[in-house]
Every structure is written in structure tokens, then in C-alpha cells.
Design a protein. Structure first.
Length: 370
């Protein structure tokens, strides 16, 4: 077997493959998509065929399902299917943006260039996702610990104090009585509470993307204090990046707008893309619906208009994408720095209130003794 860069091509050990039907709804992780695109560029420049590259990738990738997706793509290419055709056969498994860039690269004969641009886009997307997830990790962990601590106190600690309070025979202060009532309710109705939580999570899991519910969920987050700022900036940055990259690669305008729509995962951007398509079909400029759209920043509207006049809309939107992506990073850093003291204050207030409520009856007893 031939060896390239110390890797034996075709040396993947035989094992039971995941059936194609089971891979139909599997989404290849963004990190693995980035690896695949990067390796296609690197080995293509080194003179390797796509088949050799895929066989090397199959050995390097650790995820068994991703290995199998690569294996089936390799088999398609071996049978004479084009690279874009092979990726289209596994369209659900990959970002539509990546497939569109492969299409554009094959059509223009510049597959290395378009794949390099796709790698840049996927790397930026992954970087932003990591930063957002990193910023959210701390508050999620802190709040989870707080909730667990409160539940433990209500179930195990409060009942112990309740027995002592009852033996004293004195009326409990309002905050203490509230804690006692919450403790008794939790012990009595915990099964129902768990059922409600599971039911709500399952409901949104099953119906969250349905047309009759999805707009309301998006509107909720678009009006949430912290989320609305971040969501808007991420959506605008993604729109600009997808548009500039695909349009610059020679993809036809209707497909560019449709890809911007699908890549946004934002209902308001989807509405904007629908409006753009209608304007294009009517023979009007892309910038037309931006003037009436309040979700889009005014400066972006004028950048697009200027780009249309000068014929440099790709460059304008690429610059806009850079600006908004940097703005996202700055916003995430600001939120992260503010989150820690705010959470410490919130958690401290919750736990402190419980402790004070527990000791209020003791203060009353001391007063009575005096």
C-alpha cells in the first residue's frame, strides 16, 4: 500500500460500517467539517487525488460515524461521481455553505481557492461558537450548582429546622414560613414537577422548529436583554460573510440569497432574504429591502448600496463581516467580564436570603426570652 506523509493509504481496518439509513440524519461536527475541508486543500496542493485524501482522512478522523460518511463519499467518487455530487448525496451531513463552495469551485475550475475560502469561513464560525459557548458555560454551571444547593436545602435542611420551630410553638416569620411551604411542596409534588420540566423540554425539542412556533421563540430571544444584542450581531456577521464569499466565488445571486437564508438560523434574517429574492425577481437592487428593515443596522444598508454602485459589494460585505465578527468577540468578552460579579451577587443573595430566613425564628425566640 502506498504511503503519503507517513500515512498508509487504504490501511483503514475493516469494521462494521454504519448503515446509510442511520447516517441520513447525522450532522458531521463543525470541527470535523473544518478538518475535512482543510485536508482537501492541503493534499490537493500537494498533488494528491481526492480519493487518496479521503482515504487518509478516514484514518485520521476519530469519530466512527464521520469515518463512515467519508468512506461512502470515497466510494461515490471512485464510482465516477463528482466531488460536489458526492457531497450532495450527503447534503444533510454537511454545512450547505461548504457544499455550495465545492459546487462553485468545480464550476469555475478553482476548487482550491473556494475550499480555502470555505475553510476560513468554517474556522471563523467555529471560533465564534466556541467563544459564545465559553461565555455561557460559567453562568450555566454557577446557576446549576445554585439550583442543586437550594433543592438540597429544601429537601434535607429545612425539614430539620421545621421540627425545631414546631416544638417551640411560636408562629413563624413570613420568609421562614415561605421556605417551609416550598420544602413541603417540593417533597409532595416533586414527581409532578419533574414531569412538567420533562414535558416542556420535550415539547420544545419536538416542535421548536415548527413554522407556527419557531418565529415566537426567535422573537423571544430577539427581545431578551443580553441575547438580543449578541443574536443580532452574529446573524448580521454570518449574512455578510456568506454573501461575500459565495458571491465572490461566482455562485448565482438567487442561490447566494437562499444560502444566506438557510445559514442564518434567524427568523428575521430569513424574512429579509425572502424580501431580497422578491426584489431581485422584480429587477430591483439587493439593497432595496434593507431600507425598510429595522433589524439591519443603518451603516450596513449604506455599505451595500455603496458596494452596488461601485461594483465592489463582495469587498464591502467582507469588510462588514470582519467588523461585525470583531464586534461579536468584543461583546462576548464584555459579557463574560460582567457575568462573574453579577452571578456572585445573585447566588449570594439567594443563599443569603435562605440562611437569614432560617435564623429569623431564632431571633424571635431570643427576643421572647428577653
Amino acid at each position: 500500500m502506498p504511503t503519503v506523509f507517513g500515512i498508509t493509504i487504504g490501511a483503514e481496518t475493516q469494521r462494521k460500517r454504519t448503515p446509510l439509513k442511520m447516517l441520513a440524519r447525522y450532522k458531521v461536527p463543525l470541527a470535523d467539517q473544518l478538518t475535512i475541508a482543510s485536508q482537501l486543500v492541503m493534499f490537493s496542493k500537494a498533488g494528491l487525488t481526492f480519493i487518496d485524501t479521503f482515504e487518509i482522512l478516514e484514518q485520521q478522523i476519530k469519530n466512527p460515524k464521520v469515518k463512515d460518511v467519508i468512506f461512502y463519499i470515497t466510494e461515490d467518487v471512485k464510482s465516477g461521481v463528482s466531488l460536489s455530487g458526492a457531497f450532495h448525496n450527503f447534503g444533510y451531513n454537511f454545512e450547505e455553505f461548504l457544499i455550495a463552495m465545492i459546487d462553485a469551485g468545480e464550476a469555475s475550475g478553482e476548487i482550491e481557492k473556494t475550499l480555502t475560502e470555505a475553510v476560513t469561513f468554517l474556522a471563523d464560525s467555529q471560533n465564534i461558537k466556541k467563544k459564545v459557548k465559553g461565555a455561557m458555560a460559567y453562568p450555566v454551571v454557577m446557576l446549576s450548582i445554585t439550583v442543586i444547593a437550594v433543592i438540597v436545602m429544601l429537601i434535607f435542611v429545612i425539614p430539620t429546622f421545621t421540627e425545631s420551630f414546631a416544638s417551640a410553638g411560636n408562629a413563624l416569620p413570613g420568609p421562614t414560613q415561605l421556605l417551609v411551604d416550598m420544602s413541603e411542596a417540593l417533597k409532595k409534588y416533586y414527581k409532578e414537577m419533574i414531569a412538567v420540566i420533562v414535558g416542556v423540554v420535550t415539547f420544545f425539542k419536538l416542535f421548536g422548529k415548527k413554522p407556527w412556533l419557531r418565529p415566537h421563540i426567535h422573537n423571544f430571544f430577539d427581545n431578551a436583554p443580553v441575547a438580543k444584542v449578541l443574536r443580532r450581531k452574529i446573524a448580521i456577521a454570518r449574512f455578510c460573510r456568506v454573501y461575500s464569499t459565495l458571491n465572490g466565488a461566482g455562485v448565482i445571486i438567487h442561490e447566494v440569497i437562499e444560502m444566506c437564508r438557510r445559514a442564518s438560523d434567524n427568523y428575521k434574517i430569513e424574512q429579509l432574504c425572502d424580501a431580497i429574492k422578491l426584489e431581485i425577481e422584480a429587477g430591483n437592487p439587493v439593497s432595496t429591502p434593507f431600507y425598510e428593515n429595522k433589524y439591519v443596522p443603518v451603516d450596513l444598508t449604506y455599505m451595500i448600496k455603496s458596494g452596488e454602485k461601485t461594483g465592489q459589494i463582495d469587498e464591502m460585505l467582507s469588510n462588514a463581516a470582519n467588523m461585525y465578527e470583531e464586534d461579536v468577540r468584543s461583546t462576548v468578552a464584555t459579557i463574560s467580564s460582567l457575568m462573574e460579579p453579577i452571578l456572585i451577587l445573585v447566588v449570594g443573595s439567594i443563599l443569603g436570603s435562605i440562611v437569614i430566613a432560617l435564623f429569623l425564628p431564632m431571633f424571635s425566640m431570643f427576643e421572647n426570652i428577653k
